[in-house]
Design a protein around this ligand. Sequence first.
Ligand code: TYM
Length: 341
Amino acid sequence: MSDRRISGFKPTGPLQLGNYVGAIRPVVEGQDRPTTVFVADLHALTVPHDPRRLRELSLQVAGLLLAAGVDPARAVLYRQSDLPAHAELHYLLECVASYGEAHRMIQFKEKGGGSGTRLSLLTYPVLMAADILLHDIAEVPVGRDQRQHVELTRDLALRFNERHGPVFTVPRATHPAVAARLADLADPTAKMGKTNTSANGVLFLLDPPDVLRRKVMRAVTDMGGEVAYDPDTKPGVSNLLEILAVATGGDPVRIARDYPNYGTLKSGVADAVIALLEPLQRRYYALTEDDIEEALALGAERAAERADATVRRVREAMGLTSGRRAPAGTRATPETAPAPR
Ligand code: TYM
């Protein structure tokens, strides 16, 4: 049984605190198990993009993963587009997935719809399934927003195995106990996201300390002045308590008792986030582009072996050639010769 884990990060904008607590930290903390981490640059093509900016953001995401503690000697860290196997398995799985399944995905409902919507936005969850199924994955540490995609991945793996034989490991999603869906500080009903329309409520990992403090101090809170953890009635304050809990390693319910009012809570959150991100930022700025490219090249080499082997098995199971050319001069045998008409 595989105990392999994988997580991916889409370079559509600079990474933010939700990415860190929802996925980066769980990935880093579990590196004693076989771990694969990748920059999901193909996924960034599903929405309008600028090629130069995409290249920069891909490197930045990889650099931040290294700075956050992804260890290229233990984990496999690579850029998705460096492995053609992702695109190939994506197509093969499109022949297993249905239109209805893709159309039901929340992200398409939220971002898609207009006639200019890229077709790839519809099929993107199938690419995500390919990302995971390429690598014999047991566990996918992600934020809560990705759960539906991992469910689709499971469905496709099970359907494929039933139709074509046991080729895929069936993965499951795991989420952090606290802050599996960090909210936007300026709008606690929305998810904190890299591409939110306003940056005021998003704590980017590379925001300087004064910017982090300003954003936290301006966070939207709730009616009544009491600090208590109750996500339903106090979403703003509960979100701040979750940030504090993940930054200091405590429990949001208990932490609430230490703060007499919203002002002291916000100062505490600002201090904790700055202290959490300061070493990460220092390590990031010490990296050179060559350091990052070198780590990615090493990772791509290591990832390709397993990914190519998976694609070969899938091709064979689906009735295609194995992808290996027969040696020159090989003759058809009675088993391989085409049937007479
Ligand atoms: P992406 O790039 O949007 O986010 C990367 C990871 O960060 C998590 N995350 C959050 N967690 C908690 N609170 C938040 N506010 C928050 N915002 C983001 C996401 O859940 C995710 O784990 N489709 C994926 C990338 C991907 C992938 C994969 C992930 C492509 N292939 C294969 C895992 C396995 C995405 O768009 O993540």
